[in-house]
Design a protein around this ligand. Sequence first.
Ligand SMILES: [Fe+2]
Length: 160
Amino acid sequence: MTVTKMIEPVNTDLAAKDRAAIAAGLGKYLVSTYELLLTTQLVHWNLKGDLFYPIHKLTDEHYSALFETVDLLAERMRALGSFVPANGPTREFTVSARVTGKDIAAMVEELAKMNEDGARAARELAGKADDADDIVTSDMLVDCIKFHEKAIWMLRATNG
Ligand SMILES: [Fe+2]
């Protein structure tokens, strides 16, 4: 089946091939956002050390925001006429290897790096959405970039 055949008809002046490409990009970003969410929760639960409480609170804020984001991403895929593939959020995650057995500073730095990855992915996809005149997806991704950039700052600030 070609990509455009998997797209439902939606007559809003966005080409089916553009909607399919943007939805596919959103699907990939959704998976990496889930990975960041679960890694953030692992840090939240397994932290030990002097900075336990502030980082426990900060990671709580972050995974709560990311949980809302994955829903927005999936619903935007549906609004573009795409289904959310079952092999997306359920593929094997690589969360534990990133943070298990590391000290608190290394765990926090790993989260900051994953947020950098997220910011770059969201920025690239926002550019593609802009090129296709999909300003709604682009606008949504601007919020994602804002989240990642603020998270990077706050996480690294705890490391001094
Ligand atoms: Fe909690």
